[in-house]
Write a protein that binds this ligand. Structure first.
Ligand code: CP
Length: 309
């Protein structure tokens, strides 16, 4: 397989065997991501890290990944300090980054921004989240986490919980888990259900996702619970946000009868949907999951720049 020059806009750009290929390389990157071994694989390469929206994990793990590979990073996390403030268009900003670097990572509030960037750039563009659209590298690290923690993806009983309407991570993940024959249950308030087009795509891939508003009815049977934050910033109406925030909270009491090896994931940041008392339980893997962004992004950067094949 050759990913050299490939844009990563959506997880749908990848077949099941291509996803497995990326996960295979991510595993190889683990000792380098942890700093146990050193590499100069991307020495001489430059990453443009363009974050038009706030981020902690995606930006820092991409930048850590590039540094761990011996490459360099340019970019910004505060677009108000760029010429966007003077009216520069996204396409012109992308043209500049294209001429200054070997790969571009872009986070933007507008759905479709990453595809637009890919249309203007010759170097590969990696979507680091476009509005309520896709977040494919998060999807890779989520798959990597399940595979690492549960040994395989096929047949796992996975609950996707919370804001399934606006949460971009669950849109990518529902699609990808369907490719791997995962048993999916969607749990959300009625107003934040998984969009019909994504449910239909899952079904086309052979999944038979169940939907419910009642977490307590399904939690004890789950192998994985993927919790999401209610995405306040995507709500057109603050009152609607106030109605649904706090609908679900994972706490120790709720975990009384769950499977001993059930894992709890969250793309983070979390608010109150997972009580901090859960952090100390053997179920909590969300901080490990966030670390997994480093080896996964190391693999992706190495593959799209063509230094590994
Ligand atoms: N999971 C995730 O995308 O986190 P950040 O918004 O902090 O990058």
């Amino acid at each position: 397989m050759n990913f050299k020059g490939k844009d990563i806009i959506t997880i749908k750009d990848f077949s099941k065997s291509e996803i497995n290929y990326v996960l295979h390389y991510a595993k190889k990157m683990l000792p380098y991501a942890k700093g146990e071994k050193c590499t100069k694989l991307l020495e001489g390469k430059v990453l443009s890290s363009l974050f038009f929206e706030p981020s902690t994990r995606t930006r820092l793990s991409f930048e850590s990944a590039m540094n761990r590979l011996g490459g360099r990073v340019i970019g910004f996390a505060d677009p108000s300090a760029t010429s966007q403030k003077k009216g520069e268009t996204l396409s012109d900003t992308i043209r500049m980054a294209d001429s200054y670097s070997d790969v571009i990572v872009l986070r933007h509030s507008l759905e479709g921004a990453a595809q637009l960037a890919a249309d203007f750039a010759d170097v590969p563009v990696i979507n680091a989240g476009d509005g309520s659209g896709m977040h494919p590298t998060q999807c890779f690290l989520d798959l990597f986490t399940i595979e690492t923690e549960k040994k395989h993806l096929e047949g796992q009983k996975v609950i996707l919980l919370g804001d399934l309407k606006y949460g971009r991570t669950v849109h990518s993940l529902a699609y990808a888990l369907s490719l791997f024959g995962v048993d999916l249950t969607f749990v959300s308030p009625t107003s934040l259900q998984m969009p019909k087009e994504i449910v239909d795509e899952c079904k086309e891939l052979g999944a038979i996702p169940a939907s419910t508003t009642k977490l307590e009815k399904v939690i004890d049977d789950a192998d994985v619970i993927y919790v999401t934050r209610i995405q306040r910033e995507r709500f057109p109406d603050a009152e609607e946000y106030n109605r649904v925030v706090g609908t679900y909270q994972i706490n120790k009491e709720l975990l009384t009868n769950v499977k001993k090896d059930m894992i709890i994931m969250h793309p983070l940041p979390r608010l109150k949907e997972i009580a901090t008392e859960v952090d100390e339980t053997e179920h909590a893997v969300y901080f490990k999951q966030a670390f997994n962004g480093v080896p996964v992004r190391m693999a992706l950067l190495s593959l799209v720049t063509g230094v590994i094949q």
